[in-house]
Design a protein around this ligand. Structure first.
Ligand SMILES: [Zn+2]
Length: 599
């Protein structure tokens, strides 16, 4: 890997100076087992026995469980999800190493962008300090300080989050920054001022929340209006996207929370900055919030590898509930456990903290409900589940959740919960689940919004079978005897099956060859990821057998459904029609018999 514009000399110095044992030790507890041999639980994959080895002399690490390995730079890159250059810069700063650039290095456009971002960060840091001073020390800031104090925030909390106050005089900031030698042109592009009137501050007379990046630098602001607010004022304003700030990839409080998230393996997701701050003040310092957007895949990627469990703490209004459902699906698809915090005693965490104290808020978090239980009780409220129609609709809306689950056992158990919750016929539910697209059309409901995007490749039961086959290619001969490409519904599964079949016929059934025959990049990534993770290396035989049975069942169920439709539509009047009816009924019985034998 090249260090971009950073000289090899600097990279060597970083590698020589940085103590890999101490650095890794900040993320997982290491135990000495030899002169400079250290072992601990792998920080990348969850485990209870130590299979993560750090060699202090050779300065590398290796995990015998997930096979990740490398030097201190790759460790930090993976752990902090930083780029190579960012990691080098961070480590250099930590060791007090002056970065030297390669000979003949000329700033390329990226470097210039980087410099520019750094300049904006400097500007935002300065502005944040100024706003903070206004809040803590000045007369105009008093009402904002009173507001946060009244809401129960301590001085330490206000300082930790560097809360501030943006003066009501909209021209003040411009003149202040100009006096500090920032050019008018630079300020115009800074996002701190009105587009139309460049001297007018974007935020005025607001309580200011600096938004930090993961390196603890201020990169943006959120501003809350102070009560009493007039109706035409937006309650919250956030900075727009800038070079140094991408809303979809940033979480409020993440810089303060990441250490605790890693230690506790869990994270609280809230809606507002104030919620995050209240949680932190109560010792629940693994809380973060999105910045005026719904949870995104980028957010989920940020926390994956840090946390196993996501606790959702959104508002109880209908927008908050909708956001909760969306977030559940997003997190589940990423393989995270999800719980929902149902607040009692106040409308938001800050109110509960103020009225009842930290312990009650903690209790609320401890009592968080499993997402499946939360969804089922929500459905029971949203639909008249005492009627047959209501039951069907509720079940259909629950299916995307079951789909989002990663393991077949979980799926089974949730189908079971669904059956129990609404007192459904288990057979009918399974049939509807297997034919959920048709079932949805049949109901003709307005649930199209919860349909999965087609483009995305996700692990479903059909894909699981084929991935298990790829893990043990000798199984394919058996599989192709039992099922064919037409038995698959999922387009991705169809592609894999075709790739397998092509390789089989060419007598070249190897992993690499199969991968090359799948010419879809996303699919290739999924395959390599799953195979590398050895998800199917223990029980692929069982998965394949179960999978074939499931696929055959689905095929039979489809045939049965088609047949039933014909039988329903047929009103036998003539002798021929009566005879046809007899044949159809016989065929149906035949299918039923087969269905029973594949249970
Ligand atoms: Zn590992």
């Amino acid at each position: 890997m090249a260090g971009g514009y950073i000289s090899n000399e600097t990279i060597d110095a970083i590698l020589n100076t940085t103590d890999i044992v101490a650095t890794v030790g900040e993320y997982t507890k290491l135990e000495r087992r030899g002169p400079n041999d250290w072992w601990g639980c792998c920080p990348f994959h969850g485990e209870k026995t130590a299979s993560f080895h750090v060699d202090g002399d050779k300065k590398f690490y290796h995990c015998f469980g997930c096979h990740k390995g490398g030097n201190v730079v790759s460790f930090i890159m993976e752990m902090e999800k930083l780029s190579y250059v960012d990691t080098l810069e961070m480590l250099a700063k930590k060791s007090g190493i002056q970065i030297k650039y390669q000979d003949g290095y000329k700033p390329d456009s990226n470097r210039t962008k980087f410099d520019e971002a750094e300049k904006y960060i400097e500007l935002y840091e300065r502005t944040a300090s100024m706003f903070h001073y206004f809040l803590m020390e000045t007369e105009p800031g008093k009402k904002a300080l009173e507001y946060v104090t009244k809401r129960g925030l301590t001085k330490e909390t206000i300082q930790k989050f560097k809360l501030g106050y943006a003066p009501a005089d909209r021209k003040w900031l411009f003149h202040f920054l100009r006096s500090k030698n920032f050019s008018a042109e630079f300020l115009a592009k800074s996002g701190l001022f009105s587009q139309k009137y460049p001297e007018y501050s974007f935020f005025s007379d607001r309580l200011m929340f600096p938004i930090f990046n993961r390196k603890d630098q201020v990169v943006a602001f959120g501003g809350r209006v102070l009560p009493p607010a007039s109706e035409d004022q937006r309650k919250y304003l956030n900075s727009g996207d800038m070079l140094q700030f991408k809303k979809r990839e940033t979480l409020f409080g993440f810089n303060f929370a990441k250490k605790s998230i890693r230690e506790n393996k869990k994270i609280i997701f809230c809606e507002g900055n104030m919620d995050v701050i209240a949680y932190h003040q109560c010792g629940l310092d693994f809380a973060v919030a999105t910045l005026g957007t719904a949870m995104t895949e980028e957010h989920v990627n940020m926390i994956r590898g840090f946390a196993d469990t996501v606790l959702l703490s959104f508002d109880s209004d209908s927008a908050g509930q909708k956001a909760t459902v969306k977030a559940i699906l997003l997190c589940r698809k990423a393989g995270l456990q999800v719980k929902v915090i149902v607040l009692s005693g106040g409308k938001d965490p800050a109110e509960i903290m103020l009225k009842f104290g930290a312990e009650v808020l903690k209790k609320n978090v401890d009592d968080a409900r499993l997402d499946s239980a939360f969804l089922l009780s929500k459905l029971a409220k949203d639909y008249p589940v005492e009627t047959a129609d209501g039951k069907t609709k509720a079940a259909l809306e629950f299916f995307p959740y079951i789909d989002s689950l990663q393991s077949d056992i979980q799926k089974e158990s949730c189908l079971e919960q669904l059956v129990q919750a609404f007192n459904l016929n288990p057979e009918a539910v399974r049939r509807d689940f297997n034919n959920r697209e048709q079932a949805r059309e049949r109901v003709g409901s307005s649930q199209s919004t919860v349909k999965q995007p087609v483009r995305e490749v996700k692990l479903n039961s059909e894909l699981r079978v084929l991935l298990a086959v790829i893990a043990d290619l000798s199984q394919f001969a058996k599989v192709r005897n039992e099922i064919s490409v037409n038995d698959f519904d999922d387009p991705a599964a169809k592609s894999i099956f075709i790739a397998l079949e092509e390789c089989f016929r060419a007598d070249d059934l190897t992993f690499v060859s199969v991968l090359n025959h799948c010419n879809d990049k996303e699919l290739q990534q999924l395959i390599t990821k799953v195979i590398e993770a050895k998800e199917f290396s223990k029980n692929e035989n069982q998965i394949v057998q179960d999978g074939i049975r499931l696929i055959k069942r689905k095929k039979l169920e489809k045939q049965r459904e088609k047949l039933m439709n014909r039988i329903r539509q047929l009103k036998p009047a003539t002798v021929q029609e009566q005879q046809l009816m007899q044949e159809l009924l016989a065929e149906k019985m035949n299918i039923d018999r087969k269905l029973n034998s594949t249970m």
